[in-house]
Ligand binder design. Sequence first.
Ligand SMILES: [Zn+2]
Ligand SMILES: [Zn+2]
Length: 235
Amino acid sequence: MSNNANRLFDKLSDRLGRLLASRCLLCTASADRHSLCTECLEDLPWLDMAVCRICAHPLPAPGICGRCIAEPPHYDHVTAACRYAFPLDGLIQSYKYGGRLVAGPALAALLAPRIRTRPDLILPIPLTARRLRERGFNQALELARIIGRELNAPVDAGLCIKTRDTAPQTRLPWKTRRKNIRGAFVVLGSVEGCHVAVVDDVLTTGATLSEVARNLKRAGAVSVTGYVIARTASR
Ligand SMILES: [Zn+2]
Ligand SMILES: [Zn+2]
């Protein structure tokens, strides 16, 4: 699509999203433009406690968690809005697997105000072509597009690709997740000197984000930040 067509598409989907979402996505009370009512917004499992400076896992006090000290990830930092818990988990699931696309702008709106610096480039965690055909869309790309518009930062969906299917990380024990994902991504250009942000809906162990970050750093990125809507918090 040309840039103009892209902009028109964004505008239309934005407007459609607002029309469809004058009701709260969680309780059907009337909602603001982000599709969640004030009470549901307040009750979200916000990540408002001390967290690891690198991976954003909740901690009793600010610092770096034991796992990031023992095995430092390739990314530098994670910005997350919430814990992956009720009722946000259900909303993310219905967005990702239930075709509830109107939740995308609402989810991105939870994260955008927490982002402090503008990256040079935003990428989604890519899906393989096969997974993309099955699911019909890449939820991370849709979120990246909305966040890119908010931050006025470019989004490149084709720079990093996933070249092979991997077993779903959630079904694997933590120790085998790194191995499962290793070598599954390729960066197709240079990001020399860039601060790159990588978007995903949920961060669990961070093994996928770390592997993407490893490839981006090999391609010249000076820093890699993860932008995620929700962070699991159950080690
Ligand atoms: Zn509500
Ligand atoms: Zn950590």
